[in-house]
Design a protein around this ligand. Sequence first.
Ligand SMILES: Nc1nc2c(c(=O)[nH]1)N[C@H]1C(S)=C(S)[C@@H](COP(=O)(O)O)O[C@H]1N2
Ligand SMILES: [Mo]
Length: 218
Amino acid sequence: MADDQRGSGGDSAAGPDAPGQRPVLPPGQYIPRTLPVLHYGPVPVFNARTWDLRILGATESGAEVRLSWDDVAALPAGQVTADFHCVTKFTVPGICWAGVPATEILTRFPPAAAVTHVMIWADFGYSANIRIADFATEGTLLATHRDDARLTPEHGYPLRMVVPALYAWKSVKWVRAVEYLTADRRGFWEERGYHNVADPWQEQRYSHQERAGEGPPL
Ligand SMILES: Nc1nc2c(c(=O)[nH]1)N[C@H]1C(S)=C(S)[C@@H](COP(=O)(O)O)O[C@H]1N2
Ligand SMILES: [Mo]
């Protein structure tokens, strides 16, 4: 009981006592006892024959790329183990994700030199904008697997974004397109009051916290 009161959120299931084992969480985050599934809207049904992943917007070549599921499955694999921070304050510790590193997308289907951000699009129109540096950083993946198992439908099967450096709403499930942007635009939650950048270590939760240069006008 007493131990439970000492985590940053009061509902922490993490053992705070063992030196070196205490999880270091971003400000305001806690580890819940049961792990949530969270999204807005329905879970799409995957059909390998009709599914595609489009790379569009300001590509270097000017052309749009359309990848089939087999094309995506043939791309080189990578993995990352990272904590997953939801802006509603729960953190899921140490998820191991595997899939296609975002750097592979940038290398194979390069953006124009003027690209500053990407918009990640999901089925049913959910979207999130990500600065190109956060997209290009090591650990950013288009994941197909979570903890050695194929993603489940509710966790984004067949393909989801994982951006460990940012709050989890940027980790778009059911990804269908990567749009290269030469001017920043807000995605679904960024238009609805969440912070344009979303760095959990700076506790960038809400758009009213944005400073000059951190987001396009609301
Ligand atoms: N397409 C889509 N992706 C989404 C969301 C969503 O509503 N739609 N919610 C985001 C939010 S707010 C969180 S916390 C995580 C939750 O991922 P999980 O359900 O795999 O835990 O998915 C993110 N990706
Ligand atoms: Mo979230």
